[in-house]
Design a protein around this ligand. Structure first.
Ligand SMILES: Cc1cc2nc3c(=O)[nH]c(=O)nc-3n(C[C@H](O)[C@H](O)[C@H](O)COP(=O)(O)OP(=O)(O)OC[C@H]3O[C@@H](n4cnc5c(N)ncnc54)[C@H](O)[C@@H]3O)c2cc1C
Length: 134
């Protein structure tokens, strides 16, 4: 592995995982650090119902075990969201104050659905319906 800050990927959903894997296929040496606010490294979202219903443990739906990442020079930094980004200084900050430097950065933090601006819609489901009736 070469020294230096290397590639940092923020977010370890399918997009972050694909970006890290694709980079590694092109470059076997540059260190890759993956930062995720979640406890688990990338897992199958479609299999989440199996965990919620208690059929399998969360570990069972991970795409790869820790050794898989270690063997590919990918360092996992889990349970911490990136909270501050300094693009001029090529560095980001974690909640514990740790500073991580990067040469290349991938932001793969997913998205939130847009909530339509309908009054009362998000204040408790059906009980709001009568509010909108004449
Ligand atoms: C139950 C379920 C079933 C699904 N089934 C399907 C399906 O069958 N087919 C399909 O195409 N899609 C399916 N989807 C949707 C699919 O999972 C999403 O489209 C996909 O996960 C989006 O990938 P992503 O990497 O862009 O974002 P995400 O999966 O949302 O990943 C983003 C990651 O970034 C992390 N993050 C966010 N902010 C920060 C930060 N500041 N610092 C560090 N980490 C951060 C988040 O914690 C998250 O882990 C399903 C989703 C769910 C929940």
């Amino acid at each position: 592995m070469s020294s230096g800050p290397g590639v940092v990927v923020i977010g370890h959903g399918p997009a972050g995982a694909a970006a890290a894997n694709a980079f590694r296929e092109q470059d076997a040496h540059t260190p890759i650090t993956i930062i995720s606010g979640e406890e688990l490294s990338c897992y199958s979202r479609p299999r989440l119902p199996e965990v919620v219903s208690g059929k399998v443990a969360p570990e069972a739906i991970r795409l790869h075990p820790d050794e898989w990442y270690a063997g590919r020079g990918m360092k996992l930094s889990l349970c911490q969201n990136a909270v501050k980004l300094d693009t001029a200084g090529h560095r980001l900050e974690l909640p514990n104050g740790e500073i991580i430097f990067y040469t290349k950065l991938v932001i793969a933090t997913g998205a939130l659905p847009v909530q339509p601006p309908i009054a009362c819609l998000w204040n408790g489901c059906m009980c709001c319906v009568p509010c909108r009736m004449p």
